[in-house]
Write a protein that binds this ligand. Structure first.
Ligand code: NAI
Length: 504
């Protein structure tokens, strides 16, 4: 749908009950069951949405669609800008990429927001101890190791690329600050491992600290991710919002799901500037699929996030209050709750929520305006070219090259002699490392080796080198050892853009 119509729908639905169309993918396994339950609740509350069902998921992989969706599904989602999806299965061992990850990456849904809070009726160690949890994890959603760029450099050595970018970090971190403001949070923490991954996590942290200057009303802190995990388990009530890189955010958010009762209560929003995807955190639950017993709460909470995002805050509040009231009454599906009360089916649970529309939980519940998170895809429009972001005006200097080689049974000193044959007046052989630990010119006899070395050549002081010269070194070196890959050593505005070896 063109954006004007979308925005028009957003602002006028109360007067004309005009419906906004979104794309819906039922998903695999329990997906269709929980999606049906959620849409019944939406219908009972007259949520002004219309659904265009799209063909995505396992059966479309099986039918030969390598991305797991039809061209028509892709076109529909790109034109509507919003996808509400059930969990989907990626066939194992067929060389196809996860449709869930592909969808997030292709459409640049850069911020994954996951809200976790104590729900009355969902018993946890924290609820029993009277410790309330209400925190949001914002996980970067498209970068990091999720690019899946991996190579076997030798039969013994696999290497994966971890991509952290300045524009990608800025996008998600800015979203986290804006979200914190919208929710009335006073604190935002950045989880990271910049003490070890100095350039990747370092860039993420540096970007966080830069953007923080624009939000003086939000108290910021940074915390190393392992310490964060420990503190989340011991004092979850101390956190409001945490922004993290992709893989760390993935792990930390499942930890948080455990704090509030498990994956059945973990909603997720994948937010982009043009397309956004709302889904539960859990998967297709193949062990219970088709039995009609799945818990629809996580998908319902994701749907509530979506309604708020679209500006339908009153519907969101009514449905959320009905859910909270229902949980408070002890009504539950088989995966949680008081076992002495018989478990409801998926449909039975949905019916109970429908019967409770208009009721509010004991604590007064939420209001249409509370928790306001409105940020609909107002930018949604037909793009004519890919957005490309480049930081300009940076002084770059090429200072050397790391040549990664497979050197058979050679010891470091033997490899150094071969490397020295490739030196010209412009270069020094600076060091050789193995698995990141320096083994030449100094090292320890106790360092165990594998058959891939990194050989570092750096230009001599005062010399200028070209990329061609550096490539020549690698090409000549290949006469003596198998070159596996090459990385250039750069300085940006005088700061080195590569790490030193352990022990260098
Ligand atoms: P899973 O989340 O599907 O299941 C883990 C356990 O939690 C199972 O015992 C399951 O019965 C239970 N469970 C999950 N959701 C539930 C619900 N709503 N109600 C009651 N119990 C529930 O994780 P698993 O088994 O690792 O993955 C199964 C499939 O789902 C895989 O093909 C995986 O790739 C896919 N998956 C898809 C996701 C998505 O579409 N975003 C996310 C995670 C996994």
């Amino acid at each position: 749908m063109p954006s004007k119509l979308y925005i028009c729908a957003k602002f006028t639905f109360r007067f004309y009950t005009m419906k906004t169309k979104i794309a819906v993918a039922r998903g695999d396994g329990i997906g269709p069951e929980i999606m049906q339950a959620v849409l019944r609740i939406f219908e009972a509350n007259s949520v002004p949405l219309e659904y265009e069902y799209v063909e995505m998921g396992k059966s479309y992989f099986d039918a030969g669609h390598s991305t797991g969706m039809t061209d028509a599904a892709k076109a529909t989602i790109e034109s509507l800008g919003l996808l509400f999806k059930g969990p989907m299965e990626t066939p194992k061992g067929k060389g196809v990429k996860s449709i869930n990850v592909t969808a997030r990456k292709v459409w640049n849904t850069y911020a994954n927001q996951r809200d976790f809070r104590t729900l009355n009726g969902v018993e946890t160690v924290f609820s029993k101890a009277g410790i309330p949890i209400n925190l949001t994890i914002i996980r970067e959603n498209i970068e990091d190791t999720y690019g899946g760029i991996e190579h076997l450099l030798t039969y013994d050595v696999a290497v994966g690329r971890r991509i952290i970018t300045r524009p990608g970090s800025a996008q998600v971190i800015r979203y986290a600050f804006e979200m914190a403001r919208r929710k009335g949070y006073t604190k935002l923490a950045c989880g990271h491992k910049a003490n070890i991954m100095k350039l990747t996590d370092g860039l993420f942290l540096e970007t966080f600290q830069e953007i923080a200057k624009e939000y003086p009303d939000i108290e910021t802190s940074d915390i190393i991710v392992d310490d964060l995990c420990m503190k989340l388990v011991t004092h979850p009530e101390k956190f409001q919002a945490i922004v993290l890189t992709n893989l760390q955010g993935d792990i930390v958010s499942d930890l948080c799901a455990g704090l509030v009762g498990g994956l059945g209560f973990a909603p997720s929003a994948n937010i982009g500037d043009n397309i956004s995807i709302f889904e539960a955190v859990h998967g297709t639950a193949p062990d219970i699929a088709g039995k009609g017993i799945a818990n629809p709460t996580a998908l319902l909470l994701s749907g509530i996030l979506m309604l708020r995002y679209m500006g339908f805050t009153e519907n969101a509040a009514i449905i959320e209050n009905a859910l909270l009231y229902t949980l408070e009454r002890g009504i539950h599906t088989g995966d949680f709750g008081n076992k002495s009360i018989p478990a409801a089916t998926t449909n039975g649970f949905a019916e109970a929520i429908i019967a409770n529309l208009g009721k509010v939980p004991a604590d007064g519940g939420v209001t249409g305006k509370a928790n306001l998170e409105t940020k609909a895809n107002e930018n949604h429009h037909r793009l004519t070219k890919n957005k490309l972001t480049v930081t300009k005006g940076i002084k770059e200097e090429m200072v050397g090259v790391d040549v990664f080689v497979e050197a058979g049974d050679l010891q470091p000193a033997e490899l150094a002699e071969l490397a020295k044959k490739r030196l010209t007046d412009n270069f020094d052989l600076v060091m050789i490392s193995n698995r990141g630990t320096q083994v030449w010119p100094t090292g320890s006899i106790f360092t165990e080796l594998v058959n891939e070395y990194r050989v570092r050549f750096e230009k001599k002081a005062g010399k200028t080198v070209t990329q061609k010269e550096l490539l020549h070194i690698a090409a000549d070196f290949s006469l003596d050892a198998k070159v596996c890959s090459v990385e250039f050593l750069m300085k940006f505005d005088g700061k080195i853009g590569y790490t030193l070896a352990q022990g260098q």
